[in-house]
Design a protein around this ligand. Structure first.
Ligand SMILES: Cc1cc2nc3c(=O)[nH]c(=O)nc-3n(C[C@H](O)[C@H](O)[C@H](O)COP(=O)(O)OP(=O)(O)OC[C@H]3O[C@@H](n4cnc5c(N)ncnc54)[C@H](O)[C@@H]3O)c2cc1C
Length: 525
């Protein structure tokens, strides 16, 4: 998305563009095509229609606090300010112009646990998911009025950037279809090769943040197979040091992809954890404070990694699963992806039975049973262990249900207090069960999902200034060299700081890509 956004900006300004893409033509569009397509904007018509009072200032303050920025003058913070100020003018309007449509209901993830996150709902989901987002933008590129200025070479891996006297002059490329090596020169080079969290999980583990303790034995890959840091490592040797590489956006509810593409392209799916499920560790003990979906992704990951086995279980029943469980990405959310309005409304009103049945059928990480005894037996069979303790899980489920029985006025459980809060916003109310007891026989069967940490996004990367120009270790601009999207830590080598408000990834790809294209064209936004 970042590279394509830069290319469109350049074509708009009558420049010639050569895209060197390692992947095959069918996959053109990168991760955006697989994504959920949720984008953070502040000040949209959708927010206004819903009466949501947002502003660039409020967004920026949320961003600084949630990202735990201590220096507002660093490159990342400057990019965050730029995003906050221009999410409508540079990102939203551009996408609307490309025929991208957003759902009317604005979502509200990352509200925060103990660090406050989004003050208001801002996550706008593309109608048709990231699949349609990517297709519309790619369609625009391929049909551009200046398309004679565009050339795309697939299966071309850029191995190195040639830099002479602080100026980028070309790239060294391996044509993976013919195994031929070629040198290509260009006036300007835009790096849009994605992050480091997919192609090589050893690199992810090498850049592990100390706050996360030790990396887990099982770490799923939920990113791009070519996000292997080739260019980051190449630039490193040339005095351009990527920053904040140990800031990574992992998700807590990953399951192995049931039918991985040939060649192990992506081996994990990230589930959207149901807010009404209880989240327990490998022994069946409920996390305290409780982990509640949509609050703070980093908090979940940190707390799960502190436990002995570093994986977790979500325990719910059928009724909760069909109402609340979703998969982040385009592949499994078929009604959304295929823009099937009727099915989508049916799924919201009566639950997405097709999705849950499919996951239960395809994934051995979904366990279903009629009683807790049977459930625990199956949970243990799943991993061939006796890790889950029946009495512990039974007690925690019963305590939770008992509190629901005592009535809303007496909710003193943090998860239940948060559920009251979630249900106050209409956009969340429709997708949050009404204080559903888990052991309620009418809501069965019971469902437990075994979840691993899933590696997805690099919050750090190649440092860039507000023109998307690459900066070396001495703070000097490398002339003719730009980095955009995830390769640049979504801007400045780390636009997010410690956490993301969500939807800032795709948004930043467009922002940084367009800025690079504009700067090369001699334009300033
Ligand atoms: C399932 C899923 C759901 C997501 N949902 C959301 C969401 O809802 N909202 C959101 O904001 N973000 C989401 N994301 C994240 C978002 O999709 C990515 O962060 C973003 O698309 C990254 O775009 P990019 O252009 O920087 O990099 P990429 O999409 O990774 O593209 C990089 C391209 O460079 C190519 N490449 C890599 N190395 C080389 C090389 N050496 N030579 C030549 N080519 C190379 C790759 O083949 C790839 O096509 C999601 C991601 C996934 C996987």
């Amino acid at each position: 998305m970042a590279g394509i956004s830069a290319a469109i900006e350049l074509l708009d300004n009558n420049k010639r563009v050569l895209i060197l893409e390692r992947d095959i033509e069918e996959k053109f569009g990168g991760l955006a095509k697989k994504s959920f397509g949720g984008i953070l904007f502040s000040g949209t018509p959708q927010q206004k229609r819903a009466g949501i009072k947002d502003s660039a200032t409020l967004l920026y303050e949320d961003w600084m606090r949630y990202g735990e920025f201590t220096d507002r003058n660093c490159l990342g913070a400057k990019w965050a300010k730029f995003y906050s100020d221009h999410s409508i003018s540079i990102i939203y309007n551009w996408l609307i112009d490309k025929n991208v449509k957003f759902l009317p209901v604005v979502n509200w993830p990352e509200r925060g646990m103990y660090v406050k996150g989004n003050s208001v709902p801002r996550w706008h989901i593309t109608w048709g998911t990231g699949y349609d987002l990517s297709n519309q933008v790619v369609k625009y590129l391929l049909n551009h009025k200046n398309k004679e200025n565009l050339e795309i070479k697939f299966q071309h891996k850029v191995e190195s950037v040639v830099i002479e006297n602080k100026k980028a002059v070309g790239v060294e490329v391996l044509d993976e279809s013919t195994k031929q090596r070629v040198s290509i020169t260009a006036k300007n080079i835009v790096i849009a090769s994605g992050g480091i969290t997919g192609g090589d999980l050893e690199l992810v583990k090498k850049n592990w943040h100390p706050n996360l303790g030790t990396p887990p034995d099982t770490l799923l890959n939920g990113s791009h197979p070519y996000a292997d840091g080739t260019i980051h490592l190449d630039l490193e040797q040339k005095g351009i040091h990527s920053t904040h590489l140990n800031r990574q956006w992992h998700y807590a509810a990953g399951i192995p992809t049931p039918n991985p593409e040939k060649g192990k392209f992506r081996d994990g799916l990230s589930l959207v954890p149901p807010r009404s499920a209880i989240w327990v560790d490998s022994t069946g003990k409920r996390f305290q404070p409780p982990l509640v979906g949509y609050t703070d992704t980093l908090f979940f990951v940190e707390n799960i990694l502190k436990t002995k086995h570093q994986y977790s279980w979500s325990v719910m029943n059928w009724k909760i699963a069909i109402k609340e469980l979703a998969v982040s990405g385009s592949e499994y959310m078929t009604a959304f992806r295929n823009k099937n309005k009727l099915t989508m409304i049916k799924d919201v009103l009566f639950g997405n039975k097709t999705l849950i049945n499919r996951l239960i059928k395809e994934s051995d990480h979904f366990v279903v049973a009629n009683t807790v005894d049977e459930l625990v037996k199956k949970m243990n069979q799943q991993g061939n262990t006796d890790a889950v303790d029946l009495e512990t899980l039974k007690r925690d489920l019963q305590n939770y249900d008992d509190e629901i029985d005592r009535g809303k006025s007496y909710f003193n459980d943090e998860q239940l207090r948060r559920l009251i809060n979630f249900r106050l916003y209409s956009g969340d109310k429709i997708r949050t069960s009404k204080f559903q007891k888990i052991l309620d026989p009418k809501a069965g069967p019971l469902v437990a999902v075994k979840q691993y940490i899933l590696s997805r996004k690099s919050l750090g990367g190649i440092p860039t200034n507000l023109n998307s120009q690459v900066i070396n270790k001495d703070g000097e601009v490398i002339s003719g060299l730009y980095a955009v999207g995830e390769s640049a830590g979504f801007g400045g080598g780390g636009i997010h700081g410690a956490r993301s408000l969500e939807g800032t990834f795709l948004g930043s790809c467009i922002l940084t890509g367009r800025v690079a294209g504009a700067n090369i064209s001699g334009i300033k936004f």
